[in-house]
Write a protein that binds this ligand. Structure first.
Ligand code: ADP
Ligand code: MG
Length: 356
């Protein structure tokens, strides 16, 4: 048995002049929580609809559970779907909403009842309390749980989720993220989760594919894509980063404001961008002795409770530094004053070659 549950091979999909899927190759493993992350319009929904069979690719193959399903209609693919706006049937009770997919199969009412109650319990919703309610008497988070229960109760090979938490308030969304992760671990079903929210993708995923203009720029674990972004787009989209432009020399990058010592090897004389996460930069006395040290002027101090964000100017370039708010150095920082920042070679998140 292949370790892959879903495989996309060179999938191309155009809408007029727009290339929504521009040669997508993607492997999603069995039992994996896999996220597709990208800004609005990058082609996430199109990709999900192609996997579901709701959209036909112009080119390429779709394989689910080792079967080539490229020409198979949606209802014959073993998939469940949860969308932000995929409403529950409003006139049906929670019970009948969840039972809907089961009724299309030849199950007895006893079997259906057992499965509906079991799936409600998996959602941590008591069947006694919720089975007979109508969707209008549920909160947003509860509706999404019922939608997930309805999609999972038929035991699909893959569950596709398209921004399912988008409409929920922050607190409920944060809670539902952990719930979704727990549910996925419990049932073991392969989840493919589409979102534009990097926080959601980082918290829940085993692996993340980052999409940009119809292409996948990188696939990796949350740690990999954050710590080793392969493109400038990924470095910018996941987390925050400072970017310094310069020219590659032997072991350092030459910039307008001086040399930056780096670890990564890129052929000399190429134009590059060094990216550096705000939390990798030391400030004040803590910066002294670093391989890379620069004098900066503090423009602003933003208190965020756990961290302090320092906005500083380095020869006119705005730099963001994030330090734990309890750090003793923090007390000495003042707006409009000069201070030192520093970091060592290898602290950079990446170095990206610029195309001419
Ligand atoms: P995302 O889900 O990442 O926001 P989509 O997959 O919905 O992106 O869209 C990708 C691109 O394809 C967008 O430019 C969008 O306008 C276009 N697109 C998607 N579906 C259609 C369609 N049915 N007709 C025309 N253009 C479409
Ligand atoms: Mg979308």
């Amino acid at each position: 048995m292949s370790s892959d549950m879903v495989v996309l091979k060179n999938v191309v999909k155009r809408f007029g002049n727009i290339v929504a899927s521009n040669g997508i190759n993607m492997n999603v493993r069995r039992n994996e929580f896999f996220s597709i992350l990208g800004p609005s319009g990058s082609g996430k929904t199109t990709l999900l609809r192609i996997i579901a069979g709701l959209e036909r690719p112009d080119k390429g193959r779709v394989i689910i559970n080792e079967d080539d399903v490229t020409n198979i209609p949606p209802y014959k693919r073993s998939i469940g779907m949860v969308f932000q706006n995929l409403a529950l049937f409003p006139h049906m009770t929670v019970y009948n909403n969840i039972a809907y997919g089961l009724r299309l199969r030849n199950l007895t009412e006893d079997e259906i009842g057992f499965k509906v109650k079991e799936s409600l319990r998996l959602m941590r919703m008591s069947p006694e309390v919720f089975a007979n309610r109508k969707p209008s008497h549920l909160s947003g988070g509860q509706k999404q749980r019922v939608a997930i229960a309805r999609a999972l109760v038929t035991q699909p090979a893959v569950l596709l989720l398209d921004e399912p938490l988008g409409a929920l308030d922050l607190k409920i969304r944060q809670h539902m993220m952990l719930e979704l992760k727990r549910i996925q671990r419990t049932v073991g079903t392969t989840f493919i989760y589409v979102t534009h929210d990097q926080g959601e993708a980082l918290v829940m995923s085993d692996r993340i594919a980052i999409m940009h203009e119809g292409k996948i720029e990188q696939v990796g674990s949350p740690r990999e894509v954050y710590e080793k972004p392969r493109t400038k787009f990924v470095a910018n989209f996941i987390g925050e980063a400072n970017f310094f432009e310069g020219v590659m020399r032997e072991g350092f990058v030459e910039t307008n404001f001086g040399k930056i010592k780096v670890k990564e090897e890129i052929p000399a004389s190429r134009k590059v961008i060094v990216s550096l996460r705000p939390e990798r930069i030391r400030i004040g006395n803590a910066a002294v002795g670093s391989e890379n040290m620069f004098k900066v002027k503090i423009i602003d101090l933003i208190y965020r409770g756990d961290t302090l964000i320092v906005i500083a100017s380095l020869e006119g370039i705005e730099i963001k530094i994030s330090v734990p708010a309890i750090h003793p150095e923090v007390m000495r920082l003042e707006r409009d004053k000069d201070t030192w920042i520093g970091w060592n070679s290898g602290d950079e998140a990446g170095i990206f070659e610029l195309e001419d």
